[in-house]
Design a protein around this ligand. Structure first.
Ligand code: SF4
Length: 227
């Protein structure tokens, strides 16, 4: 399996935000979101066997806990990543999978919490979500929309309502996109959509969603990798 990095930090973008978490970041992505902050995962990385990856997770978090499989797009390496998820579950870890939902998700073990980042139009990768994946979602999963405009908000709210997402999953997250290449200030001036504006829209519409912020970007320099 091709892996960009394995490191320990705090989970930053779901209902698990704030909890210590080991991240297994796989190399490669088939999308090119305009505001992507993970372009360094598109190429490079190093080959690791399942045992190498599992041993590194155990070294960083020997007593279990949270592990997030992310990327890039981890499901591009489904053949290796699904067995890794099974290994980690068998070792007692709680496993999160962050994915765009562009690849099929049927073979993801049901104990894994899927955090599915449905792309909005202004990402430049709208309409890449595989609608059949809605059938794989359970009450433990989460759907996230990263928003950079009112048009994105409208798309995300319509998608949420039309597909009854609030009843299908644990949480629907609306999160403002961060400016690409943001560095220095750790505050909402770096967001492409003002969180205050987003909060006001959510309240006005009584939307069945949770406002999410990329917690790590308010803790560390937004340009920092491996946090
Ligand atoms: S899916 Fe994720 S890693 Fe891929 S381009 Fe979009 S934001 Fe970047």
């Amino acid at each position: 399996m091709q892996i960009t990095e394995i490191y320990k930090s705090l989970q930053g973008e779901s209902t698990y935000a704030g909890l210590p978490c080991v991240f297994v970041r796989l190399t490669g992505c088939n999308l090119r979101c305009i505001w992507c902050d993970s372009e360094y995962t598109f190429h490079g990385g190093r080959k690791m066997t399942l045992d190498d990856a599992r041993d590194e997770v155990k070294r960083l978090s020997p007593d279990g806990g949270l592990v997030e499989i992310t990327g890039g797009e981890p499901m591009l390496q489904e053949r290796e990543v699904v067995p890794l998820m099974r290994y980690l579950l068998a070792e007692g870890y709680q496993v999160l999978l962050e994915t765009s939902g562009e690849r099929p998700l049927e073979r993801v073990p049901k104990e894994v919490v899927k955090i599915v980042d449905v792309k909005c139009p202004d990402s430049g990768e709208g309409e890449t979500f595989r609608m059949e994946n809605l059938r794989t979602l359970t009450r433990r999963d989460e759907i996230k929309f990263v928003l950079s405009s009112r048009a994105d908000y409208k798309f995300a709210l319509d998608f949420t309502t039309q597909n009854d997402l609030a009843k299908r999953v644990n949480s629907v997250l609306f999160s403002p996109a961060f400016r690409k290449g943001a560095t220095g200030a750790r505050d909402s001036s770096q967001c492409l959509l003002d969180p205050q504006e987003l909060a006001e829209w959510i309240i006005a519409d009584n939307a069945p969603v949770r406002l999410g912020l990329q917690l790590h970007k308010f803790i560390w320099d937004p340009a920092l990798k491996g946090v």
